[in-house]
Design a protein around this ligand. Sequence first.
Ligand code: UVW
Length: 326
Amino acid sequence: MPVPEPVDPSMPVYSELPLVPGSEERHAWDVWGRHDQLGTVNFITPASVRAGARTVKEGTVVSLSAGINDTEPGLFPRRKPASHEMMATPHGRDDRLDGFYPQFGSQWDGLRHVKFRSHGYWGGRTDEDLDTTDDLGIHHWAHRGIISRGVLIDVVEHCRREGRPFGPEDEFVIGVELLDDTLVAQGSEVRPGDIVLVRTGWIDWYLELGLEERFRRHGKVGAAEDAFTCPGLESSRRTAAWLWDHRVAAIVADNPAVEVMPVSRVAGFLHYRLIPLLGMPLGEMWTLKELGDLCRSHQRYDFFVSGGVLKVPGGVGSPASAYAVL
Ligand code: UVW
């Protein structure tokens, strides 16, 4: 077994991070300096990438992304499916995408996506900062690469085995204890710099539904983030602390928002706690079933992940053309 990297003791744990003035939320804006463009992607070191590479045994490659329009309807009405046009050329064909929303399907939420109230974006940037520079654009992650060791936490499978299954339309809250229990049951662990992938089963169910059925049974998709229910991470500060204290570089799930839906005003919005305050990439609507099946059959849940971020200068989000390699 490779020896896990020691956690840098000079790096504050979550409870030591300063509070945003006038709020109970903590921020990591001074950990890498206020001009930082990467957030928790900084946790990925050459050693984390080598640790990921060492997990490759069979050389099996698994795609973790749905087709660009497969998740129609979009989570919000403004996100429409792209139109794909083919045109003849003297040598064959070219093609073109129109009306392409990078956050339509399997995606990354970038650091420009969400600000924390009047306190701003990662590092305290304002809207004016973002309007006048390419600060926090997704191209910074694309250039660095969200590539590291990955760990699947297959919560849907663990709960099924434990005899307490949950469904894709349940408001099933995945707390940190369940993350820990699932890791223990799988015999796996999260290490600094990891990309953590949480499987809830939501997208497997969603992709099986026909389009009409999606609109009929789940017709509120496309309305607002509080319009329907699905399983996901507890949106609490405990979740933010767990992710920060494990030095997670990026958190991914197979549901629409990583966190449980509907979003609760009382519990707060995990997006705020992670993106502008900790600088953490959120991967949403990734396809994790094939990966889960392989992990189960190989009895190991770590692998190499290539996150596939599109290099869009100043981009807010990106489709995730992502792969796991086992
Ligand atoms: C939510 O904000 C709920 O989702 P997204 O990250 O896709 O915008």
